[in-house]
Design a binder for this molecule. Sequence first.
Ligand code: TTP
Ligand code: MG
Ligand code: MG
Length: 452
Amino acid sequence: MNRKQQYLAKHGRVRQSATSYLSLILKAGGDKSSPNVCGTMSTKQDSLWPRTIAHADMDAFYAAVEQLDDPSLRGKPVLVGPRSNRGVVLTASYEARPYRVGSAMPMAKARRLCPEAAIVPPRFDRYQEVSRTVMDVFATFSPEVEALSLDEAFLDMTGSEQLFGEPKAIGRQLKRAVYEATGGLTATVGLSSTKYVAKVASAYGKPNGLTVVPPKQAKAWLAALSVRWLWGAGPKMQRRLHDLGLRTIGDVAKADPKFLYKELGKAGPHFHALAHAEDPRAVTGHQGGKSIGSEHTLSTDTADTAEIKRHLRRSAETIGRRLRKKGYFALGVGVKLKTADFQLLTRQRRLTEPTDVTEKIYSVGVELLKVFDHQGPFRLVGMAAHALVRSEEQTQLNLFGGSARQRRLEAAIDDLSERYGANIVHRGNDLARPSRARLAATLDFLDDDSVD
Ligand code: TTP
Ligand code: MG
Ligand code: MG
């Protein structure tokens, strides 16, 4: 049994007792004036906590995994990224962060700022493996787990106080369970009654923190924070808010919603609601079950790889476009083939990083094509994107730094397709398509209404 199996065998359900070794950091960093933990919790928590939502995010995830696997890196500044000066830092260990290095910074600059840092090339398969362990732990706490990326998720813990106790106890157990299952990795956890406040609370407590914000105090807690903590306020929007004299979330809460709408459009009322700690969004679990697919029944059965690839590309384009339109990224890609005698064959692959890039989806499809042990002919070719995660996380968008150009290109194609029809733009290698490869039927599916 590996460590993860041992853990899960031992804790089919997670034990309740509080931990002694857990270093619970109830931090007051950043905007120090605000209270970030409120210890006394009513036992009649139901009436005070309409919902209990936890947000958990691993600390310096890739770097922490490297330090876990190589003890000589522990306690030292580590930059995960390419050894060459080209490319960017994927993440930095907390020992490196005082040097002001971090995700998405050019490697050359990071090395200048922190010359003693160990540079470790990424091992995506390993991060994915650890991510699965962490997500499995989350699943032992709640049936509703919404993964936002490899290292973080929302958990709906509403009604679980019988099992886990008050919110702070939930947070402690969550942290300890992650620590035990991974053999020593720390997560930071935030708990409140809305996704937004839970997420801010966890970011606020970094690293290895636990921040509990009771719903009644959420608005006051947010008020002292800078507007950069508003979900969706990037640097440009922050400047705009500053120009309007709005520096803290409290300033935004007090502002007239009509004024905010006039100045900021739709973002105005959105920020106003967040500033009042209003965020009705539910934790939508079972993300793994959602998929977006596109498949084609061919007018003539084919065993020709080049032709099958053209259909894969067409499916990948449809899927990529729909993912981008709906603001989703896929962590899994699958290919589906139906043989002339109606045998349905599928192959799937989990990705190391979520994507909404058509080219990426297509290239995984081409790889998967090689692992089918059937020569055809096929009457149907399709692809699907599985395990969808949301793209609303501004910071997570940095994940796709390397494919930024491709994403811009694809966004431009989306725009043209929307205006002039899906087939307006063809890639060079598609133009050679023989006329007999026309499609008899197309079925684009979305297997979960809630994606819409
Ligand atoms: P984050 O959770 O944003 O960052 P982190 O876990 O490294 O540090 P912390 O949460 O403690 O602030 O991202 C998780 C992993 O995703 C990160 O370890 C590496 C990867 N990542 C990138 O590859 N590029 C990026 O721009 C970001 C932000 C993350
Ligand atoms: Mg993290
Ligand atoms: Mg994260």
